[in-house]
Ligand binder design. Structure first.
Ligand code: 5RP
Length: 232
């Protein structure tokens, strides 16, 4: 079984949490994409749901599958968001943003009663931080913000971590759906995720960071052809 099969198994299992009439948040990334595909099949069979996508990419996929879409302006409260993650620890704390959609993902997750994460087994970690932590920043003042992000990391016991501006395939800064840049922080390990989250949001140029703390209540892991469920 490949990681792709495991992602697909987790995505299919997540359909068990979807009930008729639900207002759903749709995540972003290769795992979320598999959930959207599976949801599209159910919608084609008559399932009645309405969804808020977390990226332009997911919006395009869902629209192509004729999944009914709405916005948080028209539907400000959602029942369930299904999304992937880059890391999940034992307390269901997450690192997200590898796909660059962390800001909309966090807004949509926060608007949802429940957040269900789907992932292959490689995403489960003992301690957060091996995956570089994405921090979304405004382009203005980038140089200064980058120094302040490095200082926040040091203040939280993460010394000398490279803070790298994410670039696209042409070497230009990667631009998020919100028009921002991303700094990837190679922490290796995050000793106190809550303290780091607080320190990052206090920096004026930081729009959002990829630590999702206290948002996810259920995780479905696909591994070796099976799925297992972790709950908070
Ligand atoms: C996008 C994300 C993704 O959910 C995360 O990067 C996981 O992606 P994948 O399912 O492709 O491994 O946070 O911003």
């Amino acid at each position: 079984m490949s990681a792709d099969d495991d992602k697909k198994a987790a995505a299919r299992r997540a359909l068990e949490w979807v009930k008729p009439g639900m207002r759903l948040g749709l995540g972003t990334g290769s795992t979320a994409e598999k959930f959207v595909a599976a949801l599209g099949d159910k919608v084609a069979q008559g399932l009645d749901v309405v969804c808020v996508p977390t990226s332009e990419r997911t919006a395009a996929q869902a629209a192509a599958l004729s999944i009914p879409l709405t916005t948080l302006e028209d539907t400000p409260q959602l029942d369930l968001t299904v999304d992937g993650a880059d890391e999940v620890d034992g307390a269901l704390r997450l690192i997200k943003g590898g796909g660059g959609a962390l800001l909309r993902e966090k807004i949509v997750a926060a608007a949802s009663t429940s957040m269900l994460v789907i992932a292959d087994g490689s995403k489960l970690v003992d301690r957060l931080g091996k995956f570089p932590l994405p921090v979304e920043v405004v382009p203005f003042g980038l140089g200064a913000t980058r120094i302040l992000v490095g200082r926040a990391l040091s203040d939280c016991g993460i010394d000398g971590a490279p803070v790298i501006l994410r670039t696209d395939t042409e070497g230009a800064p990667f631009v998020t759906d919100g028009g921002h840049y991303i700094l990837d922080c190679a922490c290796e390990a995050i000793p106190d995720a809550e303290a780091l989250a607080d320190a990052l949001v206090a920096i004026p140029g930081v729009v959002e960071h990829g630590l999702f703390l206290g948002l996810c209540d259920t995780v479905v892991i696909g591994a070796g052809g099976e799925t297992r469920v972790l709950t908070a």
